[in-house]
Write a protein that binds this ligand. Sequence first.
Ligand SMILES: CC(=O)N[C@H]1[C@@H](OP(=O)(O)OP(=O)(O)OC[C@H]2O[C@@H](n3ccc(=O)[nH]c3=O)[C@H](O)[C@@H]2O)O[C@H](CO)[C@@H](O)[C@@H]1O[C@H](C)C(=O)N[C@@H](C)C(=O)N[C@H](CCC(=O)O)C(=O)O
Length: 499
Amino acid sequence: MTGETVSRASKKLSQLGLRGRDGRDPVISGISVDSRTVKPGHLFAALPGSTVHGAEFISYALRMEAGAVLTDRAGARMAAEAFADWDGAVIVAEEPRAALAGAAALWFEAQPEHVVAVTGTSGKTSVATFTRQIWQALGYQAISLGTMGVEGDYHAKLAHTTPEPVTLHRVLSEAAGAGVTHAAMEASSHGLDQRRLDGVRVEAGAFTNFSQDHLDYHADFDEYFAAKALLFNYILEDGESAVINIDSEHGRRMADIAKDQGLALTTIGTGDDAMLRILGQRYDATGQDLRFSVMGQTHMVRLPLIGGFQAENVLAAMGLALATGGAAEAIIAVLPELQTVRGRMQLAAQRDNGAAVFVDYAHKPGALIAALQSLRPHVMGRIIVVFGAGGDRDRGKRKLMGEAARQYADVAIVTDDNPRSEDPASIRAAIMEGAGPEATEIGDRAEAILRGVDALQPGDALLIAGKGHETGQIVGQDVYPFDDAEQASVAVAALDGRI
Ligand SMILES: CC(=O)N[C@H]1[C@@H](OP(=O)(O)OP(=O)(O)OC[C@H]2O[C@@H](n3ccc(=O)[nH]c3=O)[C@H](O)[C@@H]2O)O[C@H](CO)[C@@H](O)[C@@H]1O[C@H](C)C(=O)N[C@@H](C)C(=O)N[C@H](CCC(=O)O)C(=O)O
């Protein structure tokens, strides 16, 4: 550690009021929330957890030569013995998660000039991705950050949708260092509740929609809703923008909360009070035409996107792009370039007869139903679905997935999907119980895809469900390269005589 780094670090932590027990400024070389990643000189944040208190690991962190420890009162009591003959700094904070985020923000310093965040039960990934794509099409260096990792003009893998503060601030700072000026991030309710966004300067926030989810974490529906509303606390005073879908009762409540906080609202929806308003959608095999109005002015655009709900996501992204200074006409001009999130209703190939092949990540009964329902208005002919269910995972869903295919598709082909340690034939048998006798069973996934593609008549569509953007099939301990989209292209090329 250089002398310069030492003084920078200690100055920063004391700026935050993070002082050691004896009033000395702590000197650190980095920050860790997990004892297993502590390096000499690190500040170790020992947080109270749901299964264990991070203070359990303080002795280990000290052996790893941590330079300072941040914890709460309970943690300090638990580690009193370990601290007794240690002369590093112990910082005791009332709200250690908030203190950690503040320390991470100071430590990593830089972030892109424009950061927006999107919350809501579904649509977060699409809105963040579309917002990033709009910015890129307008010529800015941009990233999206969330379930798909960090994508765009800087790349990183993430373990969480909304990463813990050390990772979040590190990634934002590295992206800014690489020249990224615009970032669109997903704000999960866990992330908001755990204050993972503290220290991020958010210029505008969007709320998509709200339905039952994560009640294993949040005590009830109201608490879950309140966590989502926390997003507005992060919006910069001089940004003052909230983009809210007001088609639902929850959306209208959220709009009232944002208004009460003095934020300028951009509303989205189908009603005549929506500023970005959906006027009509016409679906076809590869996407949709969207008729919409922006502050009363009517426009039409072609969107290469499947599913009626995508119009709301596109307008939310447009709202965020407007909030960060984009001009409406310029944004509208680039909307036809938007591409779906990888592996989510992704158009993978198209046969010479016009029939389209889509790849989607749906691997649970509800998601399979939603995917098939969203595809239906685009398809004049039949929907053929190729799908399976993973081994060593919830067995109860297998029959239900079969039933979903039987009810919502016209032709079902049951195949393998990451059998892991289980016998693939018995997984397929469980699915077939729900899929019924009309369904076809083909264990080999490539063969199943080929058969599905071969069956496509003009006006039909094929949905290959389950793996989405994954690039491997897990059999036993081995991972074999396998990419549904690639297999679809190969099958189409072979059957249409392109190879
Ligand atoms: C439920 C939840 O959000 N848990 C988060 C919480 O962990 P926890 O309270 O359970 O931690 P714990 O296991 O009890 O351990 C307590 C502390 O000891 C530390 N520890 C633990 C073990 C060890 O050897 N050394 C060590 O230092 C841990 O890092 C932690 O700080 O605090 C940890 C550190 O900040 C997070 O990593 C962890 O996220 C877990 C892994 C997680 O899976 N979270 C999911 C549910 C989540 O956040 N999901 C949302 C999106 C969901 C969605 O929209 O679908 C997300 O944003 O990804």
